[in-house]
Design a protein around this ligand. Structure first.
Ligand SMILES: Nc1ncnc2c1ncn2[C@@H]1O[C@H](COP(=O)(O)OP(=O)(O)OP(=O)(O)O)[C@@H](O)[C@H]1O
Ligand SMILES: N[C@@H](CCO)C(=O)O
Length: 323
């Protein structure tokens, strides 16, 4: 995208929250292999008038019409407050959100808007005002905005969306997220059925406590997966990609999920899971031909409305990027 002399555009990619074994603590950024921009773009331009927000794009009409209710606007307010606290003077800007991501999809739609907005503002100030916040400060802001919209602080979409790759959240405010190695040769089929599931509703169905055996399985699966990623042991990593925390309780919210999971697993998928809080299903494959074959099957069998889509993806190791 070509920018006028006074603007900056940032793209922020879709992500798989949880990656089945890391509820709220694992996330993976993905990008379609055909070059489709699966994510949101925010353009920040200098303005001679007041601050403004324009929303365009395929899913623009799914967002609140009032700019104050758009999370991108909240990002601007937060960013300006942080500028003032840092002794800087905010300038007036015209923001444009290209809303390419369906809302309530499990693809980290609000995270895409939040990251594109905050990384876009930071890039704009770096370019035109010779000032920028460091990566960790911006990451904390993205977490704060995601918490405002979903009701709880979880970085599993914003961290991979901003930083790229597979990210593990660590309980240290000075670190927040650690990059984990992934399996370069794998393909990730992302199937969004075209229906909305709100993150809040999908969190409300979860139990408030878990049995000892579930806690043991959870810890063992996550630890084994992280260890296998570091040893590049694909077989071990995907053999434990089982979610005992959320999937058993969310399946009822996702029409055709269970049958699709069973079918794809029987056909040899490395792993199948719910992306974030759903309804997007992800399926991990060993080869591009298998991924294309499963994508076709998912188009015919998992999509519910004309808004649905399926993409064959690889890991997006870059995260938010200036266009
Ligand atoms: N720019 C924005 N992008 C997405 N949602 C927004 C935005 N601005 C405001 N919202 C509102 O935030 C809420 C987002 O809901 P929710 O957290 O369920 O969706 P999500 O982030 O799209 O989910 P997911 O992470 O599963 O893709 C919706 O009510 C939506 O209208
Ligand atoms: N970890 C969050 C992701 C939301 O996209 C959840 O599963 O509720």
């Amino acid at each position: 995208m070509a920018n006028s002399d006074n603007s900056v555009s940032v793209f922020a990619p879709a992500s798989i929250g949880n990656v089945s074994v890391g509820f709220d603590v694992l996330g993976l950024a993905v990008k379609p292999i055909d070059g489709t921009l699966l994510g949101d773009v925010v353009t920040v331009a200098a303005s001679t008038g007041n601050d403004s927000l324009t929303v365009i794009g395929r899913f623009a009409e799914k967002l609140p019409s009032n700019k104050e209710d758009n999370i991108v606007w909240s990002c601007l307010l937060l960013f300006n407050d942080a500028l003032i606290a840092a002794g800087q003077t905010p300038v007036n800007v015209a923001l444009t959100l290209d809303k390419k991501m369906p809302v309530g999809s499990g693809l980290g739609s609000s995270a895409c808007s939040v990251v594109a907005a905050l990384a876009g503002l930071n890039a704009f100030y770096a370019k035109f005002q010779s000032f920028s916040f460091d990566e960790n400060t911006v990451l904390k802001m993205t977490g704060q905005m995601e918490a405002q919209i979903s009701g709880s602080l979880h970085y599993d979409n914003v961290a991979p969306c901003y930083l790229g790759g597979l990210q593990l959240m660590v309980p240290d405010v000075n670190v927040i997220s650690r990059h984990l190695p992934t399996f370069d040769e794998c393909f990730y089929v992302m199937a969004y059925p075209g229906i909305e599931v709100s993150t809040k509703a999908a969190r409300d169905v979860l139990p408030t406590s878990y049995s000892r055996s579930d806690v043991i399985s959870y810890g063992q699966n996550l630890a084994t997966f992280v260890d296998a990623c570091h040893r590049n042991d694909k077989q071990q990593a995907f053999s434990v990609l089982t979610d005992v925390v959320a999937e058993p309780y969310r399946t009822s919210l996702l029409p055709k999920y269970q049958e699709s999971r069973d079918y794809l697993t029987a056909q040899g998928a490395l792993a199948v899971g719910i992306s974030g809080s759903g309804p997007t299903l992800f399926c991990i494959c060993d080869s591009e031909s298998q991924a294309e074959q499963f994508a076709l099957w998912l188009k015919e069998n998992y999509l519910q409305t004309s808004l649905g889509f399926v993409h064959v993806c690889k890991v997006d190791e870059i995260g938010a990027t200036a266009l």
